[in-house]
Design a protein around this ligand. Structure first.
Ligand SMILES: [Zn+2]
Length: 235
């Protein structure tokens, strides 16, 4: 038994989390084609759950391969889940979810919440994009914002979920950039922010240093900047 939840950033929007009892959870496992993911972390074989924020390639990534290799459960918003099944995901591995709903497991739960973004998979409409609130038994609440801009529900999310750690997109172009992201930190009142969705491709120009500077202006949140592959929680 582990006693604490753990988290590693794998580059872009991809994370490995471990629950207190040792369940292994991947979020948005874009790994083999992710130029920032370290080589030795591209082919995990000990996955219990994959959680998806939306259908774009840089988020679904290796989901179907990992699911086939490991037999893990895949949680995706309803329309995306249907498309994944069309592309080979087995029925008994698919768990659908939708916004506001919470799915409970042994020592953690997952709530799908809003994100302001689009979603498609394989050229087909894949429902709405979301963010994920993962709450662990040891009271760690990890909020992965998915791809999004700033929106006023975040104040409610701060009140409702009291996130300890937020994973927040800062790269600009397809999502918000550093200044909007810093304002989200204030709205959420998070203790720790981990910047994501930057530097993977040349168009994602927002930098974690700019984000850290803006955050000092707006919020008390501590900005933690892991290198791809680094563990930043529970170590
Ligand atoms: Zn993206």
């Amino acid at each position: 038994m582990n006693s604490k939840s753990k988290a590693w950033w794998l580059g872009h929007s991809a994370f490995r989390l471990e629950s207190p009892s040792g369940k292994v959870i991947y979020i948005d496992p874009f790994l083999t084609d992710n130029p920032k993911t370290p080589d030795n972390l591209r082919h995990p074989d000990d996955v219990d759950y994959i959680l998806l924020t939306h259908g774009h390639e840089d988020h679904v990534g290796d989901t179907l391969d990992i699911a086939e290799r490991t037999g893990c459960q895949v949680l995706a918003q309803v329309e995306l889940s249907h498309l994944l099944k069309k592309h080979g995901l087995k029925d008994d591995q698919a768990i659908e979810y939708n916004k506001g709903g919470t799915v409970h497991f042994d020592d953690f739960s997952v709530t799908l919440v809003n994100a302001c973004h689009s979603s498609s998979f394989g050229g087909e409409y894949a429902g709405e994009a979301g963010g994920l609130v993962v709450s662990f038994e040891d009271d760690i609440c990890f909020y992965h914002m998915g791809d999004t801009n700033i929106f006023s529900d975040l104040e409610l999310y701060g009140e409702l979920y009291e996130p300890h750690v937020i994973a927040i997109p800062i790269g600009d172009h397809y999502t918000m950039g550093p200044q909007e992201a810093a304002m989200c930190c204030e709205m959420l009142g998070a203790e720790i922010a981990v910047p994501i969705h930057y530097g993977t491709f040349p168009v994602l120009t927002g930098t974690p240093e700019e984000f850290r500077e803006f955050t000092k202006e707006y919020a008390e949140t501590k900005v933690v900047i892991p290198k791809p592959g680094d563990q930043f929680l529970g170590n």
